[in-house]
Design a protein around this ligand. Structure first.
Ligand SMILES: [Zn+2]
Length: 145
């Protein structure tokens, strides 16, 4: 194993900064054995800026993946988007929750394409976090692909 891979982890996660998701995300990471085995990046809207082609966010996200991949040997990128996201609600006027979810999943698909173009040997996993209450006491995580 090369010297720069002395400290390895399996994946890098992009999640929203939203504080309401913190406790439940921590629980989900533990349940899926990701705690202590992933680099974690928190950014408003998770991968929204990547799919929107915002240059500063594209640069930031791809840099983080490159570091995680090259320094920690991460093999997978996990995108976690969530319902009632302020970054999305500020950019769109959704008719209902289903429309918000569909928009975000479409964006995650776009982000996946961009990530795979730059890092063809990495897997991408997309996760939808459905808030069951406004405070984030109960969040349902669903791996959607
Ligand atoms: Zn959010």
């Amino acid at each position: 194993m090369p010297e720069n891979h002395k400290h390895t982890c399996g994946s890098i996660i992009f999640k929203c900064i939203d504080f309401r998701l913190q406790n439940e995300t921590k629980r989900w990471l533990a349940e899926t054995n990701l705690t202590g085995d992933c680099d974690v990046v928190s950014i408003a809207g998770a991968s929204k800026g990547l799919s929107d082609d915002e240059p500063a966010v594209v640069k930031l996200l791809l840099e983080q993946i490159e570091i995680s991949h090259n320094l920690h040997g991460a093999k997978k990128v996990i995108l976690i988007h969530h319902s009632d996201c302020g970054k999305y609600k500020g950019a769109y006027d959704f008719a209902d929750d289903a429309e918000e979810k569909l928009t975000q999943i479409t964006d995650m698909d776009k982000s996946e394409e961009i990530i795979k173009k730059h890092f063809p040997d990495m897997a991408v996993e997309k996760v939808w976090a459905q808030m069951k209450d406004p405070d984030g006491k109960n969040v349902e995580f669903q791996i959607i692909g």
